[in-house]
Write a protein that binds this ligand. Structure first.
Ligand code: F6R
Length: 243
């Protein structure tokens, strides 16, 4: 695992955008695995800025997002579909037909998992998977205790995740209780992984996930087994890692 320490959130976002844009330049028709949440917003802003300056071209790119809440419409401002359009897709020259997000409105969880895995396979797999990490070490919506062998599936969100995500909803009762997520196995099949972490409140989990034992209790710890992972974290997030 390569670790790049960034000064702060802005620097982390710029470094991450640099890595993504290098990937796009090296392989203009690559498949990017994308994430939502607050961590990658600055990265998307930087990519949009470079796109506006003519420095990056998304016309041949395909994307596959990590996850989507179950049971909320794409038009709902809290859906990850809405998030991706708002922060990236509507602001760059990506072909919307080439973007993929699990269908939160598919009532058949087994069928949706299979469909999404097939989408990823048909794209030749994910070239570069962008990840954030939850306070409990989750990646995608793979909560502590999830089997490492799972592919895309439906999950019940942990209470701590519901609590962490309530800031985006009018009340905690509106936070969906389930989501579709790529499984750990799906994530581990990406050729390259870029994980971003920012802020002191994630310093403990950074130390556990990347320097502690590999265990399903800390889902991100499995990334230690991937042969091409880049962690870009700011100084605050790395503050509990001994140097
Ligand atoms: C988002 C996702 C989640 C987030 C994680 C961190 O698509 O899969 O695993 O990356 O919950 O969220 P933030 O960045 O809001 O701290």
């Amino acid at each position: 695992m390569r670790i790049y320490e960034a000064k702060d959130y802005k620097d982390m976002s710029r470094k991450a955008a640099n890595i993504i844009s290098a990937q796009v330049i090296m392989k203009p028709d690559c498949t990017l695995g994308l994430a939502t949440g607050s961590t990658p917003i600055g990265t998307y802003e930087q990519l949009v800025d470079w796109y506006n300056k003519g420095d990056i071209d998304f016309s041949e790119i395909h994307t596959a997002n990590l996850d989507e809440y179950r049971g909320i419409e794409r038009t709902n401002e809290q859906s990850y579909y809405y998030f991706m359009n708002h922060h990236l897709f509507s602001k760059v020259n990506i072909d919307k037909n080439n973007t993929n997000i699990p269908d939160g409105m598919n009532p058949d969880a087994i069928a949706e998992g299979k469909r999404y895995e097939e989408v990823i396979r048909s794209l030749g797999g994910v070239d570069l998977q962008l990840l954030g990490m939850g306070h409990n070490g989750h990646i995608g919506f793979n909560e502590p205790g999830t089997e490492f062998a799972k592919e895309t599936h439906c999950v019940d969100l942990a209470e701590s995740t519901i609590e962490a995500n309530k800031r985006f909803f009018a009340s905690i009762d509106e936070v969906p209780r389930q989501a579709y997520t790529m499984g750990i196995r799906t994530i581990m099949q990406a050729k390259k992984i870029l994980i971003l972490v920012s802020g002191e409140e994630k310093a403990d989990i950074v130390a556990k996930a990347f320097f502690g034992p590999i265990t399903p209790e800390v889902p991100a710890s499995i990334l230690q087994m991937h042969n091409d992972v880049i962690l870009v974290a700011d100084a605050a997030a790395l503050s509990k890692v001994s140097k």
